[in-house]
Design a protein around this ligand. Structure first.
Ligand SMILES: Cc1ncc(C[n+]2csc(CCOP(=O)(O)OP(=O)(O)O)c2C)c(N)n1
Ligand SMILES: [Mg+2]
Length: 562
């Protein structure tokens, strides 16, 4: 029992530790290597909800996505070797996306270690560069110490994944230990001198641009940041797949700096004389492959604020580098006031460019994806959560949807496919009262489509949209660019996705013309909510509609000419 120092097994101490650290949901695929933990979770079933996935990669993605929509560490349990290798995609995503997550892996008993015994893997070597910390808990009396360290690390500085191995024999050993305190979130604060320097740099700027990104944001931090943007009249952009950090409907919002960027915004990033980058690492996808902002010393004056000290000065030298958590920097900036008159026209043009860019543009074929997303942005409730995986289909969502605020977007900045279905499941588990819409490509969907079964099993009314162009379209696009006309390895023969959904016990719809989408969506929502089950809308699009702004034929023709 929590709070006592009675003798407990390591597995019981571990589950008590999870409760102490505020865990109310965990994701898993079971394994014989951690039966003792499952048994302890059985006793804790009233306080910790266990969601059992159909593939360890699905479970890992779910815990990562759960962390994204709650701001707390996602918890995942998988078995050794095969479970761990499957789950690694979620760990990699959490690393690239700076998401707090703890993966617990059953491990062979200590007496067999280093023999390459059944399913044995050395997790330190396997996950080394993919996690903030990888360790094995080898003593029952130190479970608390390891778990507490894992929570602190996952949530401090730049958040990320931690991997803890649980040797099978250790889990049943007993210890008599006292419980410990809940973890604290440790983040740096900007100094008054930092804020003075920032104010001086801003006061001298003519074309400033704020770029937001990363994690560890809170609602209050987002509100404070918005007040700062308003008080100083600043245009604000969001980085790749962190588009929900600033209300996209706000007059100061200038769009997202990522894959498929508005060319005018890309030019604006180049033309800015001061970039105030807050929380974003300035990775490859946000910098247009390090061209919009050039290392090591960018042409634009750079103020870089990041929660991880190790990210500052890593690629870019800046005018001012500030190590700070997001609530801390936002609270400090909230009361900063500057007359933004000098850049008022610059900001208004940035907004006008965004509005122009997000007016639905036509694509070939009978289904107009832009119109569908534009319809959804009017139709969906303000707190709806939009999940998506990776592929060109996601370009329509990020260009045309208007994310109204924090934790309305769940998407992998790592560009990892197969994310949309488990992310939709996790978002609905975390927020049963909010509408969850998950966008998937045809290739993307089938990387984790089996998690539809999880959505059915737990009665989750997620609306899954599958955008089907009969191919791994993104790769076909690159193929036409680099090797025009030599199509190979990118075509897909697909199942009847709506029929597949029905076989899982979900509601299924097929859409082949734009006008069919709205009624199909309304039926899907009605059925999903009434029956407590997911729905899937299979949207067939013209393969020529390869991006929001060009066609396959146009890409091929350009490549053949060039
Ligand atoms: C797990 C994973 N495997 C492979 C890739 C490489 N990849 C990126 S996009 C893509 C194709 C996506 O196809 P689909 O989901 O059908 O979307 P489309 O581009 O056709 O809209 C592939 C194979 C990846 N990003 N992630
Ligand atoms: Mg496709």
């Amino acid at each position: 029992m929590a709070g006592t120092s009675a003798t407990r097994t390591a597995a019981q101490i571990l589950v008590d530790a999870l409760r102490i650290h505020g865990v109310d949901t965990a994701f898993c695929v079971p394994g014989e290597s951690y039966l003792a933990v499952l048994d302890a979770l059985y006793d804790a079933r009233d306080s910790i909800r266990l969601i059992v996935a159909r593939q360890d990669g699905g479970a890992a993605y779910m815990s990562e996505a759960w962390a994204k929509v709650t701001g707390r560490p996602g918890i995942c349990f998988v078995t050794r070797g095969p479970g761990a290798t499957n789950a690694s995609i979620g760990v990699h995503t959490a690393m690239q996306d700076s998401t707090p997550m703890i993966l617990f892996i059953g491990q062979v008993p200590g007496e067999f270690v280093e023999r390459e015994s059944f399913q044995e893997v050395d997790y330190r070597r396997m996950f080394g560069p993919m996690a903030k910390w990888v360790a094995s808990i080898d003593r029952a009396d130190r479970v608390h110490e390891y778990v507490s360290h894992a929570f602190h690390l996952a949530m401090s500085g730049r958040p990320g994944p931690v991997v803890l191995a649980l040797p099978e024999d250790m889990l049943t050993q007993t210890a008599s230990v006292a419980d410990i305190a809940t973890y604290q979130v440790v983040q740096a604060s900007p100094s008054p001198a930092d804020i003075d320097k920032l104010r001086a740099l801003l006061a001298r700027a003519g074309r400033p641009l704020v770029i937001l990104g990363g994690t560890v944001w809170t609602r209050e931090a987002c509100r404070d940041l918005q007040a700062f943007a308003e008080n100083c009249g600043l245009p604000v952009a969001c980085s790749f797949r962190f588009q929900d950090l600033f209300d996209n409907r706000h007059d100061h919002y200038a769009g997202d700096v990522g894959i498929g960027i508005n060319p005018k915004l890309a030019q604006r990033v180049r033309d800015a004389d001061l970039l105030l980058v807050i929380g974003e690492r300035l990775g490859e996808m946000t910098t247009g492959g390090y061209t919009l902002v050039e290392p090591p010393r960018p042409k634009q004056k750079l103020v870089h604020v990041h929660a991880g000290a190790e990210e500052l000065g890593r690629v870019y030298q800046g005018e001012l580098l500030i190590n700070s958590g997001m609530p801390q920097i936002a609270a400090a900036l909230k009361s900063l006031k500057l007359d933004g008159g000098a850049w008022r026209a610059w900001r208004e043009r940035a907004r006008a460019d965004y509005l122009e860019w997000t007016k639905p543009a036509a694509n070939p074929g009978k289904v107009q994806l832009a119109d569908i997303v534009a319809w959804l942005r009017e139709r969906l409730p303000e707190d709806a959560i939009i999940a998506n995986g990776a592929g060109n289909f996601a370009g329509w969502v990020s260009r045309y949807y208007r994310y109204p605020g924090l934790r309305t977007q769940v998407a992998p900045t790592s560009g990892s496919m197969g994310y949309g279905v488990p992310a939709g499941v996790a978002a609905q588990v975390a927020h049963p009262d909010r509408m969850v819409v998950s966008f998937n490509g045809d290739g993307d969907f089938l990387m984790n489509g089996q998690e539809l079964a999880t959505a059915v099993q737990y009665g989750l009314p997620v609306i899954f949209v599958v955008v089907d162009n009969g191919m791994y379209g993104t790769i076909r696009m690159h193929q036409e660019r680099e090797y025009p006309g030599r199509v190979y390895g990118t075509a897909l023969k697909n199942p009847d996705f709506a029929g597949l959904a029905r076989a899982y016990g979900a509601h299924g719809e097929l859409v082949e013309e734009t006008a069919q989408f709205a009624p199909a969506f309304e039926r899907a929502v009605k059925t999903a909510e009434a029956a407590g089950k997911p729905a899937l809308i299979h949207v067939r699009i013209d393969p020529q509609a390869i991006t929001t702004s060009t066609t396959l034929d146009a890409i091929r023709a350009r490549s053949l000419k060039g």
